[in-house]
Write a protein that binds this ligand. Sequence first.
Ligand code: NAD
Length: 440
Amino acid sequence: MNKISVIGSGYVGLVVGTCLADMGNMVICADNNENKIDELNKGNIPIYETGIKEMIKQNAGMGRLRFTTDTEEAVKESDILFIAVGTPPLEDGSADIQHVLGVSRDIGRYMEGYRLIVIKSTVPIGTGQKVKETVRCVLNERGADDPFDVVSNPEFLREGSAVYDFTHTDRIVLGVETPKAERLMMEIYEGQARNGVPFLITNIETAELIKYGANAFLAMKITFINELAQLCEKVGADVLPLARGIGMDKRIGPDFLRPGPGYGGSCFPKDTRAIVKTGRDYGVDLSLIRQTIEANERQKLWAVRKIKDAMGVLEGKTLGVLGITFKAETDDMREAPSLVILQELAKEGARLNIYDPQGEKEGRWRLESIKESTEFCTDEYDAAKEADALVVLTDWAQFQTMDVDQIFAAMKGNYFFDFRNIFDRSLMEKKGFLYFGTGR
Ligand code: NAD
């Protein structure tokens, strides 16, 4: 049983901390957001993530998981310290590592005896070394020379299936510098090793870059099929069998070949921009990733144009919008394509009746600037009421099982824009909809 503190209890830290507690460790989840910790201590979970609520309740109940705003306590009481704070984008695209370095200073200030410092946050190349220097510098200031190791252990979980992903990950990447750090990390992940999860041991810089490389590649793969979907519509091809045909090639694989209104979320947009900036800093033009970022911005506007081309003037029209989160099974709205798409539609004069199973709370403030044009609805049928068109932006499973007859009856018009291809064209046309899929 290890004593572990996870500093930063957001989407990643909370999942990682809870899963580590569930594996039998004594875990403290720390965060400097008092409100968040208060809510967690009351049993209220700040994020929507399948399975997490029950796991937190169970592990907190068994005394293996607790929450605090006190970083000093977290650093003093645990010998393994995971850093999982945010690394938001700066104006120039680079990742802001001030929170990572702030936590590093706290670690240097409060640590007593050996500490293993594990960087979970996605951080630019060189951050591991900066963390090391920062901790050492603060230790020097207080005349201490307690030993420590820094490990880069990037996280690959996906929001929506984060708990599953943590325990069944495709690989665990460990950027280490000493045999002791490697041994301790292998002990922490003993359960995953028993499950057959492969480990990749590298130096810190390579581990840091693997995370960016993986995210940039996935963003590129989505963008690739998005652009092919546009071509499909022009030449009469169907993107679904096309994607299957491409993905059946083992060298390519079927995942991330589903077209949509552009990628979003807290990782792909920021990580692609950050790696391009890193490339620039080192004189390397990562042109493919640069193009991916631009094509993804165009994809959102392409979605808007598609609606306008079909419906003509949008002034005074009502659009029912189903789904605004960047993907299903999460409440996360960070850089969701809907934010751009809905603002553009509002600019054209459309009224937007929005329904999202989990996105309303975030959506309300993120769409504040167009609040005169938007209304949040109680369900799919409410959003469809008197609408000229329905626009599906997120593929929540519950949309697939909604009663389309009831939707049709509630609407004034019959336009149906299915940007996630979750409905069958012939069925929708039979029901009377003017159906627009994506790339079909
Ligand atoms: P988040 O914004 O949800 O959570 C970060 C948390 O850190 C917040 O609760 C914030 O209050 C806290 N924090 C900030 N500074 C702090 C400090 N000095 N002391 C204590 N707490 C502090 O972010 P997230 O989505 O969990 O992402 C965290 C990191 O993990 C980022 O680097 C991100 O790129 C990476 N990551 C995210 C995902 C994902 O799907 N969200 C997946 C893999 C990696």
